[in-house]
Design a protein around this ligand. Structure first.
Ligand code: ASP
Length: 331
């Protein structure tokens, strides 16, 4: 069975490699990835700001707390940090100068909550959790999300900081919307954790692509796209061009691939390869796209993969907190 699986995988990789030639990218030699095994509890999160976020999550996990509480506490760190200009407070605005936030959360019982295009609230992840726990719904957007947040006692605050305002005013001179891969005018914190009880949860939060159209929603608040958790199998979260992640239902795909027996690493690779294939089929340029996935399974094994080099993620598993450069497709 596993030989057959390997054969199928090799065949799939070979066909992607052939497809790659039309991008002018040298086909990559695939070496079998060693499985990265962390100790339980464990938490993973996207980008360098994940290191600080993991510290906050670890406090909860280390005290035998719930993965759900850990991921909420973790992502609140960059959300509340004005120096992080792609998440929460201090995030870059849309093209109308409005900071609009997208967040979602999912627990071990498949409870879900999300907010999209939420303005004036510093911690959208807390509102997403309130949607999950206090409403019969799973997602609130725009004014409705704001009204709900205010009804729950969240404070209305200005999220557009002077620096972001200046950048936006500069951007207005050309008004060209062209998100550049790995340039920090976007980025999301996605966090997934396995607690000491063996339960998985995840959270994902962002201000989205800088200078997006007002009302644009990316993958980050969409369960199945920017985040997915299945407590029997594993969890995944994403960052990068949200439109591409939504197109393949990215994180649901990663978790389903793990259900079929792939390691987290293999599952992330296959999801990225799907994006590459669709990009080619749609005659779009691959080098304009960045998407990164991180995944964790029920056994504490983890992995990550992205379209282009430059994406990293933080892992805290009791042996410490480390930043890892993700492997990538375009070599
Ligand atoms: N995925 C986010 C979005 O599309 C942005 C990012 O992670 O870079 O809104």
């Amino acid at each position: 069975m596993s030989n057959r699986r390997n054969f199928l995988r090799t065949a799939a990789v070979a066909s992607v490699a052939v497809a790659l030639n039309s991008f002018g990218v040298k086909p990559e030699e695939k070496k079998p990835e060693a499985v990265k095994k962390g100790k339980k509890p464990i938490v993973l999160s996207t980008w360098r700001f994940g290191l600080k976020a993991n510290e906050a999550a670890w406090e909860v996990l280390n005290a035998n707390g719930r993965a759900l509480d850990a991921v909420e506490a973790g992502v609140k760190v960059p959300e509340g940090d004005p120096k992080e200009r792609s998440v929460g407070y201090g995030g870059r605005p849309d093209r109308d100068g409005r900071v609009t936030l997208d967040s979602c959360i999912m627990d071990e019982q498949s409870n879900i909550g999300a907010v999209a295009c939420l303005e004036y609230i510093k911690h959208p992840i807390m509102v997403a959790r309130a949607v999950m726990e206090k409403t019969p719904h799973v997602m609130l957007v725009g004014d409705g999300a704001l009204q709900f947040a205010l009804s729950q006692g969240f404070k209305k605050e200005n999220l557009l900081l002077e620096e972001s305002k200046k950048d936006w005013q500069n951007w207005l001179k050309t008004s060209q919307y062209k998100p550049i891969a790995n340039i920090e005018n976007h980025d999301t914190i996605g966090m997934i954790a396995l607690d000491a009880h063996g339960n998985l949860s995840g959270a994902c939060t962002t201000s989205g692509m800088a200078y997006k159209m007002h009302g644009r929603v990316g993958d980050s608040p969409i369960i199945g796209a920017g985040l997915y958790v299945d407590n029997e199998i594993g969890a995944a979260t994403a960052t990068g061009h949200g439109e591409e992640v939504i197109r393949i239902s990215g994180c649901h795909l990663v978790v389903e691939l793990m259900r079929q027996g792939k390691t987290p690493q293999q599952a992330c690779e296959e999801a990225v390869e799907r994006i590459v294939k669709l990009t080619k089929n749609r005659n779009k340029i691959l080098k304009d796209i960045q998407v990164g996935f991180i995944a964790l399974n029920k056994q504490g094994e983890y992995g990550s993969y992205c379209v282009q080099g430059g994406f990293n993620y933080a892992v805290y598993d009791g042996t410490g907190n480390q930043l890892i450069d993700a492997d990538y497709f375009m070599k």
